[in-house]
Design a protein around this ligand. Structure first.
Ligand code: C2O
Ligand code: CU
Length: 493
């Protein structure tokens, strides 16, 4: 009944929801009245050891998202909501001083980053209120759009929902040599998409959806923290770095007129070849860089239509009350500076050979755990030997939408439901959607860092699932080494 009411209220034409009201820029409940906020670039300095050093301060905040005087209690890094964009180049040694000024313990995880487990920022690197945690590592992976967010066990959904997240962009020579838009905030723009719901008083609501048990689903989108955003475009092509930083919602992005766009990068960096798409599904934690071409003077809207969650996942699709959203309006200037053509070939494919895998693991996502076990901080689920290739077969066996994320490495998707992966999954990935009963086979390899005592995580990135135990821990060991014991206690000083 609830679904029917929503459909009627939204207006139904031939079975489809109608959001566009001709003659103005109002689509659905969204007026594109605010310029898109672009997260500032984080300042950094080079210290005496040659490291690029950033400072990040996690704190409580408040923000008037609606512009009507109702302030929402939020949290952010160096600000009221979200955080600055960190940038570093391949080969650089980086250090981040994370100060926790929240009233509670948190952590900061570098999602997608290849780094030692002690610097990973998972639930074993907690930062007490008032403490500073200073992880350091050398960037050794291709140019990519990564991100950071808290990872306190059992509290990740809430911390991210309040606003603790930001982008971490990596550059390298290969990417720099390609004719791609790369002027930050001009033709290379972060698009951090989050769904939220507000109470009448303007606070974030945290009502979890009980029909689908997939966690909090909001009815309002924030993009970079902006409600109803537009972006003034001054070049004929614009590169959008899409990040699904929502806690549970899956999106299917496309443009209001169905125009195709070029996907150039996924989670772990550039695809081997540009993929021409008109629709792209991103589950929580996934990223994609797309380049879209605009014509002078036009307005076109980035939208999300009901994502294809796979057979058997239909209930969850409507459980948020709506599943179609307007995301961001692009407003092209009357005169556009020309942008170069997007190259077809981007980076040489560097594929792992699944035939050389030393181990095949099967991970079943079901209920509140993986393989029938709920996450325990004091249990290491398995050990992986450094510098060996493994194949993991990950399957959603319960019909609730899930996805799969693993720390420290990027993986390659070998197959989805037995079929070759689509082009959008052709590059390096760290997060992948799991449609019900469609096993996803991946090849992966952990290199450089081994520590028998400090685990990395793998989990569902629907954060309420993660918080409730759909997560496990593994250690990377040197050849011949046995796993140790996960440490307890806190990081920081
Ligand atoms: Cu983005 Cu283990 O997380
Ligand atoms: Cu899940």
């Amino acid at each position: 009944l609830a679904v029917v009411l929503v459909l009627c209220a939204g207006g139904v034409a031939a079975g489809a929801w109608v959001f566009t009201r001709p003659g103005n820029d109002t689509v659905g409940e969204v007026d594109f009245v605010r310029p898109l906020a672009v997260p500032p670039l984080a300042p950094s300095r080079i210290d005496g050891q040659g490291r690029r050093v950033f400072d990040l301060l996690a704190r409580d905040g408040q923000r008037d998202f609606h512009g009507d005087g109702r302030t929402t209690r939020t949290a952010g890094f160096d600000g009221d909501y979200l955080g600055p964009t960190l940038r570093a180049k391949r080969g650089e040694r980086v250090a981040v001083n994370v100060v926790n000024r929240l009233g509670e313990t948190t952590s900061v995880h570098w999602h997608g980053m290849h780094l030692p487990a002690r610097s990973d920022g998972g639930p074993h690197q907690m930062i007490r209120p008032g403490a500073t945690w200073s992880p350091t590592w050398t960037v050794d992976q291709p140019a990519a759009t990564l991100w950071y967010h808290p990872h306190p066990h059992g509290r990740t959904e809430e911390h991210v929902y309040r606003g603790l997240a930001g982008m971490f962009l990596l550059g390298d020579d290969r990417e720099a040599a390609l004719p791609l838009p790369r002027r930050y905030g001009v033709d290379d723009v972060p698009v951090i998409v989050q769904d939220r719901s507000f109470t009448r008083a303007g606070q974030f609501t945290k009502t979890r959806n009980s029909i689908s048990s997939i966690g909090v689903l909001g009815d309002t989108l924030l993009v970079n923290g902006t409600l109803g955003p537009y972006l003034d475009v001054t070049t004929s092509r614009v590169r959008l770095r899409l990040l699904n930083a929502s806690t549970a919602r899956v999106y299917s992005f496309g443009f209001s007129d169905g125009r195709p766009f070029d996907m150039i990068a996924g989670d772990g960096g550039l695809l081997p070849r540009t993929a021409r798409l008109d629709r792209l599904r991103l589950s929580p934690g996934e990223r994609a860089e797309i380049v879209v071409t605009v014509r002078p003077g036009e307005r076109v809207t980035l939208r999300s239509d009901g994502p294809d969650l796979g057979a058997g996942a239909l209930a969850a699709r409507f459980a948020g009350g709506r599943d179609r959203f307007d995301v961001l309006q692009l407003r092209a200037a009357d005169t556009l500076a020309p942008s170069p053509e997007v190259p077809v070939d981007l980076v040489p494919a560097d594929r792992l050979d699944p035939a050389s895998a030393v181990t095949t693991r099967r991970l079943e996502f079901l209920g509140r755990g993986v393989n029938g076990r709920s996450m325990r901080l004091d249990r290491i689920d398995f050990a992986v030997t450094r510098d060996t290739t493994e194949v993991w077969e990950v399957e959603n066996v319960d019909g609730t939408p899930h996805n799969f994320h693993v720390h420290d490495t990027q993986f390659q998707v070998l197959s989805v439901g037995g079929a070759a992966p689509p082009p959008e999954l052709s590059g390096d990935k760290d997060t992948v959607y799991l449609a019900p009963r469609q096993p996803v086979r991946i090849a992966l390899r952990f290199t450089d860092h081994s520590d028998p005592d400090v685990p990395y995580m793998y989990h569902c990135h629907l954060l309420w699932h993660e918080d409730n135990g759909m997560m496990g821990q593994f250690v990377v060991v040197a050849p011949g080494q046995s796993p140790g014991r996960p440490p307890t206690g806190h990081a920081g000083h």
